[in-house]
Design a protein around this ligand. Sequence first.
Ligand SMILES: [Zn+2]
Length: 308
Amino acid sequence: MALASVDLGGTNIAAAIGLADGTILRENQIATLSHLGPESVLDRIADLVQSIAPEGVEALGLGVPGLCDLSSGQTLFLPNMPTQWRGVAAASQLRQRLNCPVFLLNDARMASLGELDYGHGKETSNFAFFTLGTGIGGGIVLDGHLRVVGGEFGHQTILPDGPMCGCGSRGCLELLASAPALSAEAIRLMKMGQAPDLLLRVEGDLNRVSPLLMAQCRDAAIAAAIDRAARYLGIGIANVVTTFHPDLVVLAGGLAQMGAPLFAPVRDEVSRRVRMFPVDKLRIEPSLAGPQAGILGGLALAYRRGVI
Ligand SMILES: [Zn+2]
């Protein structure tokens, strides 16, 4: 029997069936419809898994966007979901529906596990993993083990008097260097007439702006905006490097696809700010697990039966 992986997001639920070696056999995606509440969303997850694995599955790894307890299988706080899912017994409800063990993990941590088992972790046992998308999250792998309580990389203070964050603090990394932060700045620059090439590329539709299009355009103001965000990100990464001294920093998620315009200033900023030990051997690389890191992490979590 195959393993199942589900990545629960605020907008979509992605599910896959696969094998312990990371082979994905079947996958599908549906809208989350989070306004219907936890019971309904969990029912839809079970329906989705059953639709791609009618023969049943051995175990399910489920990534959730927020805090959860791996041992009890409860969600604790999903900040972007209505009702915020405090104390929802997600694992037991899904176990009854799917008749298999179910394991919960924070989604960024689950992607880190995917990188550990199917990506850079094959040859590196100490690395920091950053997911750079709508939010910024990540995980730390030390001596080949993922730290379950991995902290929240996106909510470290970068600008002490910066804008107010949803977490209650100010100037968090996520406000300065996430995909929405970059896109908002690009839209402002297009409206101000400072990004004519990008405006052409989105064919006048401001909603089509993406970090990838920004990285490809020829506007100096956009290049400066990317550089500024990348340097904030570099400060955040330098803080994590100084704290944990990993051999490798892995960047995953939509922003990591921007390539050199993101990586070059990040690398420069890290080497300028990590001064306590040499960083000439520190590598900062894109994810090998790629966009599938989360789904692969769910397969790993199912295969490991929650032992990480
Ligand atoms: Zn914050």
